[in-house]
Design a protein around this ligand. Sequence first.
Ligand SMILES: NC(=O)c1ccc[n+]([C@@H]2O[C@H](COP(=O)([O-])OP(=O)(O)OC[C@H]3O[C@@H](n4cnc5c(N)ncnc54)[C@H](OP(=O)(O)O)[C@@H]3O)[C@@H](O)[C@H]2O)c1
Length: 326
Amino acid sequence: MKAIVYTEYGSPDVLELKEVVKPTPKDNEVLVKVYAVSANAADLHLLRADPFLIRLSSGLLKPKNEILGSDIAGRVEAVGENVKEFKLGDEVFGDISAGGWGGFAEYVCACEDALVLKPANLSFEEAAAVPMAAVTALQGLRGKGQIQSGQKVLINGASGGVGMFAVQIAKAFGAEVTAVCSTRNLDIVRSIGADHVIDYTKEDFTQNGHRYDLILAANGYHSISDYKRVLTPKGIYVTTGGSMAQMSQAMLQGRWISMTGSNKMGNLLARPNKQDLAFIKELLEAGKVKPVIDRCYSLSEVPDAIRYLEEGHAQGKVVITVAQNN
Ligand SMILES: NC(=O)c1ccc[n+]([C@@H]2O[C@H](COP(=O)([O-])OP(=O)(O)OC[C@H]3O[C@@H](n4cnc5c(N)ncnc54)[C@H](OP(=O)(O)O)[C@@H]3O)[C@@H](O)[C@H]2O)c1
């Protein structure tokens, strides 16, 4: 089968389209024919081994898993002996990052715990756009963020992969949502349900006097004291990404603020979770959440897809079509 392989850390230039052995499922795994896979910032971090400490888990000198790609959508082609939930022909989607990655390929073996049946109303590309970004948004809003109906919620970085899901999931929970993005993304962010939009190139939301019960920062940078100033007295701030300074301030100062005051501030390291993905599947089937895809690439164009993602201005998700669904 064909796969995009990397045997050394580096830029997208080290990614190569190669012929590799088609995998065979273990007893608890299914073999999935991949129709689509999406690219995530996590692929980029593993590709470049950035931050450096990532090497402790991904391989000190060279990558342990030579095929990246976590968010797959495809059809079950073989099942291991102990697999109970899936049968041949099932259309599935999921985040396989906990089980060794491997989605940038024509076939991949995945543990059944990583997969959920694909919503019938979604294409394979749309389904592949969902797992990591949407589960991160859900864990940030519902898990750490304890979102409640009627709350004022602000999403910074609302036009990216995580942000577009965060806006829609927060709306599905009944929140009043303010989305922060740049001028060219105002319309699309409004179209997915944001009640208010703030153009970060023209206005600083930390200086306009508004207060929020929950802030999810998916991208951008503001100091933790700026974020704290715009929280309500019991408001919660969760960052999933953005600049290193934003992440480290949340990790260090955020913990102190949470211990000593009434606000909760910190960052989220999202984990793949089947129940969370199943919850999102219901929102997708109900039409409450719709994946927003910026661009689709072919398997051989994965390096270009990653380069585009690395520019940091994707409008929603970057997806790779691996096989046409006829
Ligand atoms: N913690 C976790 O477990 C976890 C999981 C998934 C992702 N992440 C992290 O979460 C972050 C977001 O991921 P993503 O997939 O959403 O990234 P992404 O899709 O690459 O984000 C791109 C978007 O961010 C916007 N953006 C860039 N600079 C901005 C700024 N200063 N203010 C507001 N928006 C800005 C861009 O809009 P413009 O073009 O308008 O600038 C673009 O739409 C990344 O840092 C990623 O590493 C973390």
